[in-house]
Write a protein that binds this ligand. Sequence first.
Ligand code: NAP
Length: 302
Amino acid sequence: MPAKLIKGTEIREQILEEITAEVAQIKEKHGVVPGLVTILVGENPASISYVTLKIKTAHRVGFKEVQDNQPETISEDALLNLIDRYNKDDTIHGILVQLPLPKHIDEKKVLNAIDPDKDVDGFHPVNVGRLMIGGDEVKFPPCTPAGIQEMIVRSGVETSGAEVVVVGRSNIVGKPIANMMLQKGPGANATVTVVHTRTRNMDQHCKRADILIVAAGVPGLVKPEWIKPGACVIDVGVNRVGEKISEKTGKKVAILKGDVDFDAAKEIAGWITPVPGGVGPMTITMLMKNTLKSLKFRLGIA
Ligand code: NAP
């Protein structure tokens, strides 16, 4: 029987509706809404399109959105001062600096200057530490891993005692999702293995997985015979493998493929995420959730 599709586009709609309702309630009771600032340096087209989508989503859920565009030539000191200003601004609960930054600016220094209590991307070392400790310590789980966990839970996939295998050990996906799945608590309690380019017999590890999370950035890396029948397969990979003309707009668009051989894998897996339309839409959604959480922490209602 073909796998059930886990559609990020549908789960996104559910979560954004929940956020919109909660924002309206908080506004009525406390007279405030979550404030998100997006800082964009320069005019990188991909960054502009990501930021535009974030702004659009923030407006949709009723946030105060501050769009702060800075020229490519801004100095590191000036950018650090700007972040300091937003750190001190009580109407701002989430600060987002769109990456990449120009070469003359130290990205790490900039990200580390964000107040950890407004770091809704969850990349500040303080938030990485909080995630590692788990439980009540966690404030802002990084958005893509948080989206993955949400998809698994909302699809009714059992995580407690499950064998989870994560392909990839990056700081933004592999390591944090592995850490989140092994924590004590709902949506976790799994036995976790992380594999990477130095792993021997990767297929053998993957074959054991009740939940297989793949974030390698290699199109078609995971073969159907690596998948345990009935497993839940989360394909995080987004790989541009060519271009086509969009039927809707008549413009050139990228052809995207995941890290899993989807057509064959869906005949074996129990659940599977498509690419595009799977994990992708969840990242911005969880950014909104983290920003709302930030305000709730501030109000003492989280
Ligand atoms: P990354 O930083 O390049 O890390 C890739 C990881 O995969 C590394 O740990 C690497 O191992 C491992 N890997 C690569 N090739 C492998 C192979 N042949 N066998 C085993 N392991 C292999 O990538 P990332 O930032 O985590 O992103 C991974 C993919 O997810 C990309 O396609 C990216 O576009 C996508 N992504 C999607 C979203 C989203 O949908 N919202 C968000 C983030 C990322 P080593 O450490 O040994 O090199």
